[in-house]
Write a protein that binds this ligand. Structure first.
Ligand code: GRG
Length: 310
């Protein structure tokens, strides 16, 4: 498969997921709800729609496909994980966190609306994700629904993304009286990144496997793929940040550097990081060996993640 074909596939999946999210946000009140104030649905829609690669939903969709599963349940799970991802970006951009003005090429949600609305839009995206998973159209099998909820909750919660975000803030010196950044070693950086960004990517793969009815062994194999893909994603992201920094030498430094964030690229150097990136792609591809040709798109996804330009 050529990279261009893969890009088309990713864009097509993104359009489908966008439509599912729009429909879900546009639902009239569900049983148990009282009223959906327009400002909440508008800001959620602003935060979640238009922009974004939809990589995590794509992983759900493509992994489920390995097991011949497609359709509404898969797409709802895909929409749910994207809701969590979008919530994390909205909260990450807030003044209390990274204080960013722009995201996906447009003003961040708190800039477009206000901080309180952005916090609530994030909260609504997060809680709705679990509603979507727990509701019957996702799967007729309640055990599958519970398993999806558990997987997404663990990846995004205190021992996953939220915990990783906290470690990240700590590493940049946020909780130190002098604001002094911590010097993390590679093991600590790997763990932080596995939590902050890796966990949700891994969850995308695992959720597809759960809906597909994968065996324990298959889930483990796919877990190896997801772990390698998550690490590759982060190293590629750090390399892109380094390149952006290099392009602004003499001007402002990149945001992560300015915040004293340690990355593997900083620790190992760019060449070693690029070499590791290549190894991770091989590792990801190797983990898919048992799935044969069916896994061609997932293999391509690993290459895409490593070679993307943002
Ligand atoms: C606020 C609880 C909480 C967590 C925030 C994911 C995260 C944790 C913060 C995002 C900060 C950031 C820019 C990290 C770098 C890696 C990353 C997650 C980039 C954005 O993901 P992509 O590239 O973005 O998949 P799109 O826009 O394509 O969805």
């Amino acid at each position: 498969m050529k990279l261009a074909d893969f890009a088309t596939q990713l864009t097509d999946a993104a359009k489908t997921v966008d439509k599912v999210m729009l429909d879900l946000f546009g639902e009239k009140t569900l049983p148990g709800e009282i009223l959906r104030p327009a400002r909440v649905t508008d800001s959620m829609t602003y935060a979640a729609l238009a922009g974004g690669k939809r990589l995590r939903p794509f992983l759900v969709i493509e992994t489920a496909k390995l097991f011949g599963k497609e359709g509404e349940g898969v797409l709802r799970a895909a929409a749910a994980i994207e809701c969590v991802h979008c919530y994390s970006l909205v909260h990450d951009d807030l003044p209390a966190m990274d204080n960013d003005d722009m995201r996906r090429g447009k003003p961040t949600t708190h800039k477009k609306y206000d901080e309180a609305t952005a916090i609530l839009a994030g909260d609504a995206l997060l809680t709705y994700a679990f509603d979507i998973l727990a509701d019957e159209p996702t799967s007729a099998d309640p055990l599958v629904r519970v398993s999806l909820v558990k997987t997404l909750a663990r990846a995004s919660g205190l021992g996953g993304m939220v915990g990783g975000q906290l470690l990240d803030l700590e590493a940049e010196g946020r909780f130190h009286p002098d604001g002094k950044p911590l010097q993390l070693d590679d093991k600590q950086i790997l763990r932080l990144q596995a939590m902050k960004t890796g966990a949700l990517l891994m969850a995308g793969v695992d959720m597809g496997a759960i809906i597909g009815g994968a065996s324990k062994a298959e889930r483990e194999q796919l877990g190896r793929y997801g772990r390698a893909l998550g690490q590759a994603f982060q190293i590629a992201d750090d390399l892109l940040d380094e390149e952006a920094d290099a392009a602004t030498v003499g001007k402002a430094t990149g945001k992560d550097a300015a915040m004293g964030k340690g990355t593997l690229v900083r620790l190992w150097g760019k060449d070693a990081a690029r070499k590791r990136l290549g190894d991770l792609v091989h590792e990801a591809e190797g983990a898919l060996e048992g799935f044969g040709e069916k896994a061609a798109t997932l293999r391509e996804a690993a290459r895409f993640v490593a070679n993307r330009d943002r």
